[in-house]
Ligand binder design. Sequence first.
Ligand code: ZN
Length: 338
Amino acid sequence: MRATVLHAPGDVRFVDVAEPAILKPTDAIIKLSATCICGSDLWPYRGLQPVDAPMHMGHEYCGVVVEVGSAVNTVKPGQFVVGSFCISDNTCPHCRHGFPSSCEQREFMSGAQAPYARVPLADGTLVATENVPDDDLIPSLLATSDVLGTGWYAADAARVQPGMTVAVVGDGAVGLMGVLAAKQMGAERIIAMSRHKPRQELALEYGATDIVTERGPEGAAAVKALTANVGADAVLECVGTNESMHQAIQLARPGAMVGYVGVPHGVELDGQMLFFSQTGMQGGPAPVRRFLPDLMDLVLTKKINPGKVFDLALPLADVAEGYRAMDERRAIKTLLRV
Ligand SMILES: [Zn+2]
C-alpha cells in the first residue's frame, strides 16, 4: 500500500510501505474511513522537532476493523471504531484514575495517514459504534480521536463549570474545539483570542461570545476590560509556545485553572510569577479514551458538529499539499479521504 512518510522537514512523501500486520495478539488492523493532519504533525514538518529517521505519519483515525489478534475480545471485524492517539490498556491504575494518556503500557499511535493501520492494545484503545455510521458523520467521528478530545481535555483540566467566563488562547483546530467544549460544559461567556477572520467566525459558531485580537499585555488588558478587571474563571491554552503559556496565565483570575494542551516548545515559567499568579495548572497529552464514548455519542446524536473544523479535504495521495496548506495557514485542518 502507499502511505505517508516524513523523510525530512518539509519533505512529506506518499510512498510504498509494507501493509500493517498483527504483531501481537492484542493488536487490531483497521481500514481507515478517513484520516487527517494534526497541528502537532507540523512540529517535525517545520524542523522544530528532529527527524532522525523516516517517520510514518498520522495518529488520528477511525475506520472498520478488518482483523484482530487472538487476545482481542471487545472489537471484531466489520465493526466501526474510533481510537485515541494514545494507545492504552484501559485497566492499569492510571487508566482507572482517568489518565489513559499516561497508561503504564502507553504507546503513541503512528502510521494512520494510510489506507490501513495497526492499533496495539485494541481492547483498551478502541471504541466501537453499534452500527457503521453514515458517511456524513465520519469527519466529526474522526475529530473525536484527537482534536476534539484534546480541546475537551483543555476545558476539563481548566475545570470549566456552568456560568463561568472562559478564555481560550489559540485559534487553531484544538482551540476551536476548546470553545465547543466550554460551550457544552455550560460556560456563559467564552472569549476567543484570534486574529484570523475565518477562525473567528468558526469560534463564534462554536459558542464564543467575544473575540480578542490583541496579544501579550494588550491581550491581557482586553480580557481584563471584558471581565470587570477580574480575569477569566478558566483558561484553555491550546498552542504550546512560551508566549501563549504566559498569555494564558495572565488571563486567569487568582484561583482559576489553566488547562494546557499545546505541546510545550521552549516554555520557561518563573517560580515567583507562578506563585503570585495563584493559578492552578493541568496539562499533558489528552486522556481522550476517557472522553471517547461520550464524545462519540454527542456526534452520533448530532448534538455537536466538530467535523466543521476540517476546512480542506483532499485525497490521501495529495497529503503533501495538505501539510503545505496547514503550514502556510491556508487551512485550519486537513481531512484526508482514503
Ligand atoms: Zn493503562
